[in-house]
Ligand binder design. Structure first.
Ligand SMILES: *[C@@H]1O[C@H](CO)[C@@H](O)[C@H](O)[C@H]1NC(C)=O
Ligand SMILES: *[C@@H]1O[C@H](CO)[C@@H](O)[C@H](O)[C@H]1NC(C)=O
Ligand SMILES: *[C@@H]1O[C@H](CO)[C@@H](O)[C@H](O)[C@H]1NC(C)=O
Ligand SMILES: *[C@@H]1O[C@H](CO)[C@@H](O)[C@H](O)[C@H]1NC(C)=O
Ligand SMILES: *[C@@H]1O[C@H](CO)[C@@H](O)[C@H](O)[C@H]1NC(C)=O
Ligand SMILES: *[C@@H]1O[C@H](CO)[C@@H](O)[C@H](O)[C@H]1NC(C)=O
Ligand SMILES: *[C@@H]1O[C@H](CO)[C@@H](O)[C@H](O)[C@H]1NC(C)=O
Length: 866
């Protein structure tokens, strides 16, 4: 297929030629976007310049990706690539004897006629093999990421030039190489030597080693964007890597205290890293009995450097908080005393340890564990341990190679993909099957890319296997976002030993006995089942002789449900609003957990728009349902004592009661959000594909504007009567959010409006509605309207519609519109209260730790629950 491309002239002559015209003067920062002649800015506002002056070879072709994955952080540098069909070299001028971060960005996509699955290649830089037989598409698939970032740091080059050679693999037919972005960032000497674990007095020389960054975590803290790091590093949240039942607690320094952070530390790590930490908890006796543990997937046969960042802002004296550090079950350090090292409280310090990971079975992981030192002559004052930041680097082997094998997708990922495909097929064939049967996999969905998220997936799977808990099924999968399917992404988290509800929650909701529940559901008779979700089955029932209710029963085998149960009760018992589904009570007895809700006679919003055998709703009825749901969300965001972010807004979570009042349901994923100093919550990405805010996905920062985005998708769903994701459509139409925006921009929105209502919408009303929906979907959260603005605009749109209809009927008359459809018409209505992904264990208390403000949140959840 490449025969028609120009043959490569003598590489050497060309390279000499170009070398002389290339850059004059070394750069301390070179940020190249490949395969384009234009410079541009990325989402962070960083400028990328074209690579045209830096590569040497005529066998390269600039190319543009045919599809923009929604999880890409920005078009630049990912949408253009330079393609090499033969060996080719970039010559980058560098300062002699200086260390650089080299970052390579890859977005595996279709470039022209080239299939991303055909790209297998090697990358060499000054004699160091960075990548061998690398397949960006295989890697992206296994890690469920849309794009891959690799970061290296080469040993000091004495020549002052970095030659980076891309070579397509000779073994794979039709292979080619490509790259989307290259960064070269000068850094000071960050490395010296590291202590070898298990061998005293055998330091490893890191100063002259070539390194690859594997992980970089702001432990107990949140995502730090490159723009907030002096040498443009990205720091990720550590929670996906926590291993074991006890995850300790995240802490933050007292804001009125100041860390002794001077110039010399600026390039080591940003101040934020030292301002947050994870410690074991306040109960010393508990701490004595567990290890605070993180686990990471790595390639075997390499030496790894672990850099641990510390800053103790709680202890003040030596021997207050002393602990041991274990790496892969070996003792790396006994009696670690941060104050002892740093001499004072609030002084940052870091320690480097080296360990070789061999290729024995089950050995391709790195485990870091902290445990209080209990056997010292003079025991410490507190049995506790602390860690603020962690970086893991791979050291080049004896042959100067840093390359590992392409990661393989886990069996669970493969199974989930197969199930989802089967599910999509069934749905396409007209079966409407509850899509809740896919096995839980958990783990961070990886659009956030880069080494930080890498292997979170493998690790989570690993953890789940290890725990061998009866992991319940819920609507989850780890499909890459681009491949569609509306499933909820889940994430790992921690198990709590026991669950109890706060006394306030208990006081606010009614406690049912198991006998009452059994009476209400005829002993959980199958004929009463109205839905199946991750939590278990949902039954309809009657309590107090006449009150119809829906009862969610947790699967007795599932430990996972416990925390979702807790979250829902704690949240819902305090929230009362006309447009929120109300919780009547709960039952917690004999290992049975049940939640009792108001019965939502008319099922989900989706069923009334395009799924199910229901009569089609008129435009005005749809508008009214949207307005109801918007009111519910607006209340969540602003009306409650704390901002609450729903996190899983979608048409199956908007339920409709017999009076056609729309109610928002499913708070299992909800987070109490910002209403204090910070304006976002950092978290592992959750929610449902098709509705996920791309900004949240990229940055793992959650704000109420993520709900606004999802609601924008709901609005277009109401207008177009199609699912948020439909994998059976041509690629550009799969995602409703993308397609509707595209049509709106092009002025062709008319064409995709539900034929049942087309022509019956007042044009002004349509314009108002579509503009509002489109603004909800804006890329940047701060540009999106608030839920209050959305509500106002929708109400205005309704007025436009009504005045066009010539009707000025009252609200009550309006609702009678609905009564034309009688309940008996739709026998198929099912309650989807259960449809919520019962995503995670222990979310709420985790949130408490994240926010580190137990006093503020204690009314919402009981921190003892951990
Ligand atoms: C290259 O990678 C592919 C897939 O990861 C593998 O099947 C193939 O055997 C590898 N080739 C070599 C030479 O390692
Ligand atoms: C880089 O390539 C140029 C041209 O091929 C060569 O002269 C130079 O020695 C190379 N430098 C290194 C460090 O490999
Ligand atoms: C990044 O730094 C800027 C300026 O210091 C600050 O305003 C912003 O909040 C920081 N962002 C994050 C995510 O820390
Ligand atoms: C923070 O420090 C100030 C001054 O040292 C002190 O008054 C305050 O109580 C501290 N707050 C917390 C939560 O420890
Ligand atoms: C690690 O090295 C051993 C011995 O050299 C080799 O047999 C094995 O295949 C290597 N493993 C990997 C993953 O490269
Ligand atoms: C560490 O010990 C645990 C339990 O003793 C074991 O399951 C695990 O495989 C060990 N890990 C390593 C890297 O040796
Ligand atoms: C903590 O880890 C070390 C090293 O793997 C192990 O020897 C020790 O038994 C562990 N302690 C607990 C309480 O699990």
């Amino acid at each position: 297929m490449f025969n028609n491309l120009p043959k490569l002239p003598s590489l050497l002559s060309l390279s000499i030629l170009l070398n002389s015209l290339a850059v004059s003067g070394a750069e301390s920062k070179l940020v190249l976007t490949c395969g384009t002649g234009d410079k541009g800015k990325d989402a962070d506002g960083r400028e990328w310049v074209p690579d045209t002056n830096y590569f040497i070879s005529s066998s390269s072709t600039p190319s543009t990706a045919s599809f923009q994955d929604p999880s890409l952080p920005s078009e630049i540098p990912y949408m253009t690539a330079r393609i090499f069909t033969a060996e080719a070299t970039y010559t980058l001028k560098a300062t002699a004897s200086k260390r650089y971060w080299i970052r390579l960005h890859f977005y595996p996509a279709t470039y022209g006629t080239l299939d991303s699955n055909d790209a297998y290649f090697d990358v060499m830089a000054n004699g160091v093999q960075l990548l061998k037989n690398f397949s960006a598409s295989e890697t992206a698939r296994a890690l469920t990421q849309a794009y891959i970032v690799k970061e290296y740091s080469l040993a000091l080059a004495s020549t002052g030039v970095i030659n980076m050679t891309f070579t397509p693999s000779k073994e794979h037919q039709g292979s080619y190489a490509f790259v989307n972005g290259i960064e070269l960032i000068a850094i000071p000497d960050l490395f010296t030597s590291a202590q070898t674990v298990g061998f005293k007095d055998q330091p490893v020389d890191v100063k002259s080693a070539s390194l690859q960054t594997m992980y970089r975590l702001n432990v107990g803290g949140q995502f730090i964007a490159p723009t907030n790091d002096s040498v443009l590093r990205t720091w990720y949240d550590d929670t996906p890597y926590l291993y074991g039942a006890n995850a300790g607690i995240a802490t933050m320094k007292n804001t009125s205290e100041k860390i002794d952070y001077d110039e010399s530390f600026v390039d080591i790590a940003p101040l934020d890293v030292y301002s947050t930490a994870r410690s074991m908890g306040f109960d010393g006796n508990l701490n004595k009995n567990y290890n605070l543990t993180w686990q990471f997937q790595v390639d075997a046969n390499f030496t790894y450097i672990l850099r641990l960042h510390f800053c103790d802002y709680l202890a003040e004296r030596v021997n207050q908080r002393v602990f041991n550090i274990y790496i892969n079950n070996q003792t790396a350090q006994t009696g670690a005393d941060v104050i002892g090292w740093a001499t004072l409280s609030l002084v940052p310090v870091y320690k480097d340890y080296a360990i070789y990971v061999s290729d024995r079975a089950g050995d391709d992981v790195l485990t870091l564990a902290l445990h209080p030192t209990v056997d010292a002559g003079q025991p410490p004052e507190f049995y506790d341990a602390v860690l603020n930041g962690l970086e893991i680097f791979k050291m080049s082997g004896p042959m100067g190679s840093l390359a590992g094998p392409n990661p393989q997708p886990s069996e669970m990922l493969l199974k989930a993909e197969a199930d989802a495909a089967a599910d999509a097929n069934k749905q396409a064939n007209g079966f409407s099957k509850a899509s809740s049967n896919i096995d839980v996999i958990g783990g961070a969905a990886g659009g956030a890319a880069a080494f930080g998220v890498m292997a979170a997936i493998c690790i989570s799977v690993y953890m789940r296997k290890r725990r061998a808990r009866g992991v319940d099924s819920y609507t989850t999968s780890w499909l890459p976002i681009s491949s569609g399917f509306s499933h909820t992404t889940g994430s790992k988290s921690h198990t709590s030993a026991n669950s109890h509800l706060s006394s306030e929650a208990q006081g606010l909701s009614r406690r049912f006995s198991l006998i009452e529940i059994k009476q209400a559901t005829k002993n959980f008779d199958e004929s009463n089942v109205i839905g199946i979700g991750g939590f278990g089955k949902v039954y309809k029932g009657v309590i107090d002789k006449t009150t119809k209710v829906a009862i969610k029963r947790s699967n007795p085998q599932s430990e996972q449900g416990v925390n979702e149960f807790q979250t829902e009760v704690e949240m819902l018992s305090k929230l009362r609003h006309k447009h929120l589904v109300s919780l009547i009570g709960y039952c917690e007895e004999d290992n049975e957990m049940c939640l009792v809700y108001d019965y939502m006679a008319r099922g989900t919003m989706r069923e009334h728009i395009y799924k199910g055998n229901n009569p089609q709703l008129s435009w005005k009825q749809r508008l009214e349902i949207c307005i109801g749901a918007a009111r519910g969300l607006h209340y969540l965001h602003t009306g409650a004592r704390y901002t609450i972010i729903h996190r899983d807004v979608k048409t199956t979570n908007i339920l409709i009661d017999e009076n056609w009042v729309a109610k928002v349901s499913d708070f299992g994923l909800s987070k109490t959000g910002p209403n204090m100093d910070k304006d976002h919550v950092s978290t592992v990405v959750k929610g449902s594909f098709g509705y996920l805010d791309p900004e949240y996905f990229r940055r793992q920062q959650l704000t109420e504007k993520s709900d606004v985005y999802s609601f924008g998708v709901v609005l277009f769903e109401a207008l177009c009567a199609r699912p948020a994701l439909n994998p059976n459509l041509p690629k550009e139409q799969v995602s409703l959010a993308d397609w509707a925006q595209h049509c709106h921009r092009k002025g062709t929105l008319e064409a995709i409006i539900d034929p049942n209502i087309k022509g019956k919408i007042n044009p002004e009303c349509l314009k108002k509605f579509a503009d509002t929906a489109q603004k909800c979907l804006l890329d940047s959260g701060i540009e999106r309207p608030s839920m209050g603005d959305v509500l106002w605009n929708l109400e205005f749109a309704l007025q436009l519609q009504e005045s066009a209809d010539g009707s000025t009927r009252s609200t009550r008359e309006r609702t009678s519109d609905f009564d034309e459809i009688s309940l008996e018409d739709n026998k198929n209505i099912r309650l989807h209260i259960s449809n919520l992904s019962l995503g995670s264990e222990h979310e709420l208390s985790q949130e408490l730790e994240d926010r580190n403000s137990p006093d503020i949140f204690s009314q919402i959840a009981n921190p003892k629950g951990r």
